[in-house]
Design a protein around this ligand. Structure first.
Ligand code: ATP
Ligand code: MG
Length: 676
């Protein structure tokens, strides 16, 4: 072991045990794992009973599509069927049944608009509005199986639109409202959407920005070539003036808002497609990930209940994701609403009007469960702890993290400053493809380590293997994946060796790519390849190291970008860091780092760069010492807050930039190039 700083991810770190009080009242106890170990499929059948089924299923799992096959031509479909023959309605499960059970007056959504407007929506009101939308979508001729694109900011109508689609068996495809017209067009065409739902504009940092304009541009691109879209349904949000195409465009307030509030939900097959969602595109052309109904909702509901220890009617929950990301689908819409959650939905950025916004909202509603991404936690650190400390955050009792590995420094800060040194942190690993959380502590069961996702959830099976599929826990087989772990840990590829209910059912329109991307690498064994590296430490705790194509190879040593980044942000002057491997004549790859400094950092320039290099060298190993460190004002990120390392690699190697369509702000590159 070489980790020397207290925040180095050194596995000798003390464990954070759940408090006895938390443990005593937790939704999930050790019996959950025991039940899953005893009979995995019976366990999932029990979880499915959390939902209302119009028709029961006859078989929990049909995995005949998943048998291993060696020759490409004989390879199976890898499409699972869960809860075979069962029928249910997702919207009924998320809305109607809570009203029928007598909870119609419970608030479902505390909406906070960026300009300061707010609105509380009860479950009864939500039911009325979802019914209106369902009635209108039926009136314009949409039928189960049709696709609908949703291109909207974080306002209640976005969630209502998703639920109305689910209610009618329409497959929705939510596209981030920050994406460009061409990114929207690409997704609309790929799914052949018949309807686009949007807004006139959106509030962003105190200003109204156009949105419908982007839809017009998208639909008329390429000289208005024919496409599938028949209607554009527009919610008025900002009162911006917009262009109008008669016959095609319709206002929400003139149609949906006038429709009947009565609508009876029909059941759909457990395998009916619920949504398509394009991955964030960190590694290339986005993939249209397809999710279905019964298994997806089962795992969404199960994980939300147990991982966040959510108590219906008591907790106030806030997931800060955007619905354009899978986290917004599963942990704003489907998981929480299926569990009768009262939740905050916030439209804007965390520093509008100032950096206190999130903590004002936590105080205002008494938020008890807060779920966000490491990138935002590091931003809060950069702004300084005096900001959250100016607020009463005592309502918070569970903290969650998702999106990338959380560096131990940020983990500790999160627990100490936001969680008052007592709220358990659940670091949740999952992907668009997995549909729901797969690896995470259970807050009343698992003793946690800063930076580790710890263990797969009950009912989920993972392995960490080498290139041949050998389990790395057989110590002889260990792959030398990163220097920090060498000699003390078992490192390899993260694979899912058993199907799970919320697993993707394919890539829309491209089942060959589906097989090639996820099933080819371990075709012989029939395992799903997640694309991420992971390791067990000597206590058996699981650490996710990030995507394997972000792993660098320096003089034959495999070094994970996330470990070097974690070391850099462990230095007191650094707020954020992104690391890439750039080709190097002598070492194969050289480590190039881009860092953002904390506002308070006085020491800058060459002296700091030298100091940072020495810091990484000492914290990890001299092999991990960056060849170059560039101090930059911003890093290129996707809307879900992920650093686009492949674009930084383009910069480091002096190439033209690749696809930037999913970046929040492609202009950051001007600053980054200027800083080099
Ligand atoms: P693309 O697949 O198009 O490149 P993406 O992988 O960034 O995009 P997502 O499905 O949103 O799109 O992200 C899933 C990935 O995020 C995981 O594979 C993993 O690399 C990372 N990730 C998510 N949560 C965690 C976590 N808790 N710890 C470590 N990594 C995480
Ligand atoms: Mg991915």
């Amino acid at each position: 072991m070489t980790g020397s700083s207290p925040d180095s991810g050194n596995t000798a770190t003390a464990l954070f045990e759940p408090s006895p009080e938390f443990r005593a009242d937790a939704n999930a106890g050790p019996e959950l794992q025991e039940a899953a170990d005893k009979d995995r499929l019976a366990f999932w059948a029990d979880q499915a009973a959390r939902l209302h089924w119009h028709e029961p299923w006859s078989e929990v799992l049909d995995w005949s599509g998943g048998a291993a096959g060696a020759e490409p031509a004989e390879r199976p479909s890898y499409v699972a069927k869960w809860f075979v023959g069962g029928q249910l309605n997702v919207a009924y499960n998320c809305v109607d049944r809570h009203v029928l059970d007598g909870h119609g007056d419970q608030v479902a959504i505390h909406f906070e608009g960026e300009p300061g407007d707010s609105r509380n929506i009860t479950y009864s009101e939500l039911l009325a509005e979802v019914s209106q939308a369902a009635n209108y979508l039926t009136e314009i001729g949409l039928e189960a199986g049709d696709r609908v694109a949703i291109y909207m900011p974080m306002i209640p109508e976005a969630i209502i639109s998703m639920l109305a689609c689910a209610r009618l068996g329409l497959t929705h495809s939510v596209v981030f409202a920050g994406f460009s017209p061409s990114a929207l067009r690409q997704r609309v065409d790929d799914a052949e959407a018949r309807l686009v739902i949007t807004t006139d504009g959106q509030w962003r940092r105190g200003k109204a920005a156009p949105l419908k304009e982007a839809v017009d541009e998208a639909l008329y691109a390429n000289g208005g070539t024919p496409h599938s879209v028949e209607h554009v349904l527009v919610v008025r949000r900002t009162n911006l003036e917009i262009e109008w195409t008669d016959g095609r465009d319709v206002w929400w307030h003139e149609t949906v808002a006038k429709a009947s509030t009565e609508h009876e939900a029909q059941p759909f097959d457990a395998e009916h497609p619920l949504f398509i969602l394009y991955t964030s595109g960190t590694t290339g052309k986005p993939k249209g990930i397809v999710h279905t109904t019964g298994g997806y909702l089962t795992q969404a509901s199960y994980t939300h209940h147990n991982v966040f220890d959510h108590k219906a009617g008591k907790d106030v929950y806030w997931c800060t994701a955007d619905i354009g990301w899978v986290t917004g689908h599963t942990y704003i819409v489907y998981g929480p609403l299926s569990n009768r959650t009262t939740q905050v939905v916030y439209e804007g950025t965390p520093n509008s009007p100032d950096e206190h916004r999130h903590w004002n909202i936590v105080e205002k509603y008494g938020v008890s469960i807060y779920y966000t991404a490491p990138t935002l936690i590091r931003t809060f650190m950069k702004w300084g702890r005096q900001i959250p400390q100016a607020h009463d955050l005592s309502s918070i009792r569970v903290l969650g993290s998702v999106g990338e590995p959380i560096n131990p420094e940020a983990w500790r800060w999160y627990r100490e400053v936001i969680g008052a040194n007592k709220a358990p942190i659940v670091d949740t690993w999952w992907q668009t493809e997995t549909g729901a959380i797969m690896i995470s502590p259970l807050p009343g069961v698992t003793a946690t380590k800063p930076g580790a996702a710890m263990a797969p959830l009950p009912g989920i099976s993972v392995k960490i293997v080498d290139d041949e599929g050998n389990d790395v826990t057989d110590s002889e087989k260990e792959a030398d994946f990163s220097v920090r772990s060498a000699g003390s840990a078992h490192v390899g590829y993260l694979v899912l060796d058993q199907p799970w209910p919320a697993m993707l059912r394919g890539i829309w329109g491209d089942m060959e790519r589906y097989k090639a991307t996820y099933w080819e690498k371990f075709a012989e064994q029939g395992w799903y390849f997640a694309g991420d590296g992971a390791r067990y430490d000597e206590d058996g705790a699981l650490w996710v190291l990030g995507r394997v194509d972000d792993v660098m190879n320096v003089s034959g040593h495999r070094i994970s970008t996330s470990e070097v980044e974690s070391a850099l942000v462990g230095h007191s002057g650094v707020a954020e860091a992104a690391v890439v491997g750039a080709s190097d004549e002598t070492t194969g790859q050289g480590i190039v780092a881009f860092v953002i400094l904390k506002g308070s950092t006085e020491n800058t320039g060459d002296a700091l760069v030298t100091e940072l290099k020495a810091h990484v060298s000492k914290d990890i190993s001299p092999i991990a010492k960056p060849r170059e460190i560039h101090i930059v004002p911003e890093l290129p990120k996707t809307r879900s807050g992920k650093i686009m390392r492949r674009l930084l690699r383009d910069v480091a190697e002096g190439r033209e930039l690749g696809d930037t369509s999913t970046l929040v702000d492609p202009k950051v590159f001007e600053d980054i190039r200027a800083a080099r």
